[in-house]
Structure formats: structure tokens, C-alpha cells
Design a protein around this ligand. Structure first.
Ligand SMILES: Cc1cc2nc3c(=O)[nH]c(=O)nc-3n(C[C@H](O)[C@H](O)[C@H](O)COP(=O)(O)OP(=O)(O)OC[C@H]3O[C@@H](n4cnc5c(N)ncnc54)[C@H](O)[C@@H]3O)c2cc1C
Length: 388
């Protein structure tokens, strides 16, 4: 693995913070948030470099860059606004490139993309290899990992915190709750139950595509692709010659067990959109379909904080961007645990005044937010074929 590639992957993905910083400006008027994000991002580069040197973390990565694409004139206009803002930041912002339709078609041959922002420092990695690599790293450092051991309840008694699991009680002095989209299930600490809600995103993957099809499609650099919709789609050309597409509509099943959900409508919509983008795929089969929960806060912005006092720390709300963000969260939370004041612990995300997810009216809140975002997309994509 190339260390530089991993650095680039982490750094590029973390740049998505920019989007959140913009949302914050709209929602909370947090001036200068994006500048602080950029500073943090630079610090992270150094941090990952050191991490790589020390640990020799083995993750398969591809430094492909990312294309953020638009399908309609309205989306192109918005993309151009984002580009202007990025360019106004500083040298890092200026590394982003705007690609017109013709230039874009040299990379990925589809008439569907009218323009794109190219983020050169971004890339893709194999998530399961990433997780296994982190697990080995932790075990080599002396950590014990117990899988399939759900914590059902957390109690504070005096100086101690007690965790209840099916077979044992565990006592500790400090605790990090990093259960992501499952946080609302933990009993004993009312605050953690209201931080976020699980929202399911779905993906499908084609069968391996023939060389003839790849010649028609191009996409030889395997850039990761994301569109600029509110209900974003994400695409990958996999290392085994398939296309994966995810996103679009999301769902919030009312299943307290958080069991696997069927997302038939969403899978069909994803398949339809992919075939619209690349008509040559009309007879191609889809080999895999699945979905999983991401953690969403009411203002769609990540959150790290203390519960009650400084002994219990939680993190949630990474939505679909947690692969890189959780690296930052881990490093930051280590400083919080050690009660160090560092540039990371000073991050605006820590103990921010986030709005709790409204318990009983949560379903309404979710429906209202997702309907609003879908309407936004429908208006911007009114020139596209109906039913896409
Ligand atoms: C289909 C899909 C596609 C995605 N694509 C991307 C992408 O392209 N890029 C990106 O950056 N992110 C993506 N994400 C999001 C990313 O996977 C998450 O943001 C990231 O995994 C969050 O990491 P985490 O460690 O916080 O939580 P998780 O990886 O969700 O881990 C939480 C862990 O807590 C455990 N747990 C839950 N409850 C309990 C309990 N009571 N007791 C003990 N353990 C418990 C769970 O079993 C789980 O292992 C995607 C997610 C999905 C579902």
C-alpha cells in the first residue's frame, strides 16, 4: 500500500466537511467554520502520516480522485457556486477543478453528466480490509475486542460506570459510546437516546461487465463519483470490473431490532438510474443488493460530546461519510479521554449545541425533511425523464 494514497483518501474524504460547514452557515450562522475545518484537515494530514509510519496500517486504497457531477442546468449552476466558494478558500480549495461536459465525457462516457467538480486528493478504499486492519492494530496494542456483545444498559454508580451485557457486567471509569446508528437503543442515559436516528441507505452492484462495455463507458481512472443531488447517489467502478451505485431515496424502518431491511423500491430506482446513465447496461444483471443504517442528527452534522460529565463521551451523526471521519473522531476522543486540551478538542463539533432528535414526532420530522429534499431534487431534475 502506498502511504501517500491512504493519506490522500483520508484527506480527500474529510474535505466533505466543507458541505457540512456550509449547512451550518445556513442553519446556525457559524461564521468561519469552513476555515477552521480546513485548518483541522491540514492537521489531519500530518496525523495520518505519523499513524502510517508508526503502525504500517495495511489498507487497500486507490487514489482515484472524486467527481461531483450535475445532471441538469439547475444543478450545474449550484455546482458553479460551490466551485467559486472552494476557490475562495486558499491553495487547497484551488486544487479542485471544474470540468465542462466535453472534458467530463473524456473520462466517463455518458451524456447524463453536464458538469463536475474534480476533487484530486480523494480516493476509494476497501472498507472491510480497513476495519480488519484497525482491529489487528488495536489487538497488537493490547486491546481486547468482544464481538457480538451488545451493551443493553449503562449506569453510573459513584465513581464507576457499569455496562450491562447479556452475559456480564463490566465496570469502568471512562466510557466511549461509538455505536453510531444504534445509539438511540441504549438504555440508562436519556441524552444518548435522542442524539440521532438511524436512516437506511441502499446499494446495488452489477455483474462483472465485459471489456466491450467498459470500452463504451471509459471511466478508466476509476474516479469515485457522487452527484450533487440532495438525496445523493454514489458510484464506484469496482476493482473486479463491476459498477456499484448507492443512495437516492432513504428509508427509516420502524423496526426496534434494526434487523436487515428490504429496500426493493430503492434498489429498483438505483438500477433504473444506472441504466439511464449508461444505456449500454440495459441487459446487465445486478448480483448484489443490500442496505445499512447511517447515523443522522437533526441538522445533519456530526457531533462529539460528553454526557453528564467528562467520563462518558459519545460520537454520532457521520451520515454517509464516516469512513474517514471516524478516524478523526478516534484521535480526538483519545485526547478527550486523557483530558488534554488540544487543537483537536477545540474543534467546533465537540459539545456543540445540537438539537435533539424529537422522540415521538421523529417519524414526522424524518418524513418532512426527506420529502423536502426529494422535492428539491424533483424541481432541479424536472428536465430529466419522469420516474428516474
Ligand atoms: C450502504 C452504506 C454505504 C456507505 N458508504 C459510505 C462511503 O462511501 N463513505 C463513507 O465515508 N461512509 C459510508 N457509509 C457510512 C459509514 O459506513 C459509517 O459512517 C461508518 O461506518 C461509521 O463508523 P462507526 O465506527 O461510527 O460506526 P459503525 O461502523 O456503524 O459501527 C458501530 C458498531 O457498534 C455496534 N453496536 C451497536 N449497538 C451496540 C451495542 N448496544 N453494544 C455494543 N455494540 C453495539 C455495531 O454492531 C457496530 O459494529 C456507508 C454506510 C452504508 C450503510
Amino acid at each position: 500500500m502506498s502511504g501517500l494514497a491512504l493519506l490522500a483518501v483520508m484527506a480527500g474524504l474529510i474535505c466533505r466537511f466543507l458541505v457540512w460547514s456550509l449547512r451550518l452557515q445556513f442553519c446556525g450562522g457559524v461564521k468561519g467554520a469552513h476555515k477552521r475545518l480546513m485548518t483541522t484537515w491540514r492537521g489531519l494530514l500530518g496525523m495520518f502520516e505519523r499513524l502510517l509510519q508508526i503502525t504500517k496500517l495495511t489498507v487497500i486504497t486507490n487514489h482515484t480522485g472524486m467527481l461531483r457531477v450535475a445532471y441538469t442546468d439547475a444543478q450545474v449552476k449550484r455546482l458553479a457556486g460551490t466551485m467559486k466558494l472552494l476557490n475562495s478558500f486558499d491553495k487547497i480549495g484551488q486544487r479542485y477543478q471544474y470540468l465542462e461536459k466535453a472534458e467530463l465525457n473524456n473520462r466517463v462516457k455518458t451524456g447524463a453528466f453536464l458538469g463536475a467538480i474534480f476533487e484530486p486528493d480523494t480516493g476509494i478504499l476497501n472498507p472491510i480490509k480497513h476495519v480488519r486492519s484497525l482491529k489487528t492494530l488495536a489487538e497488537n496494542a493490547g486491546a481486547k475486542i468482544y464481538e457480538h456483545t451488545p451493551v443493553s444498559r449503562i449506569e453510573r454508580n459513584g465513581n464507576q460506570i457499569t455496562l450491562h451485557t447479556p452475559n456480564a457486567r463490566i465496570r469502568c471509569k471512562k466510557l466511549v459510546i461509538a455505536v453510531n446508528a444504534w445509539a438511540h437503543q441504549i438504555k440508562g442515559l436519556p441524552r444518548i437516546r435522542s442524539r440521532q436516528t438511524p436512516v437506511w441507505t441502499a446499494q446495488v452492484v452489477t455483474e462483472p461487465l465485459s471489456e466491450k462495455i467498459w470500452d463504451e463507458i471509459g471511466w478508466t481512472e476509476r474516479e469515485s463519483i457522487e452527484d450533487i443531488r440532495q438525496m445523493v447517489h454514489y458510484f464506484r467502478r469496482t476493482s473486479c470490473g463491476r459498477i456499484s451505485i448507492g443512495g437516492g431515496n432513504v428509508t427509516r424502518p420502524h423496526d426496534p431490532a434494526m434487523a436487515k431491511v428490504e429496500c426493493k423500491d430503492i434498489w429498483q430506482a438505483l438500477e433504473k438510474r444506472l441504466k439511464w446513465m449508461f444505456p449500454i447496461l440495459h441487459d446487465v444483471q445486478f448480483d448484489y443488493r443490500w442496505g445499512g443504517p447511517v447515523s443522522v442528527n437533526l441538522d445533519m452534522t456530526p457531533e462529539i460530546g460528553h454526557i453528564g460529565d467528562e467520563r462518558i463521551i459519545y460520537a454520532c451523526g457521520c451520515i454517509g461519510h464516516g469512513v474517514s471521519l471516524t478516524q478523526l473522531n478516534g484521535r480526538l476522543i483519545a485526547d478527550l479521554l486523557l483530558e488534554r486540551k488540544t487543537s483537536l478538542t477545540d474543534f467546533w463539533m465537540v459539545n456543540r449545541k445540537a438539537i435533539p432528535w424529537p422522540g415521538s414526532i421523529g417519524v414526522l420530522a424524518f418524513s418532512a425533511i426527506s420529502a423536502g429534499l426529494r422535492l428539491w431534487d424533483r424541481v432541479e431534475e424536472r428536465s430529466l425523464p419522469r420516474g428516474l
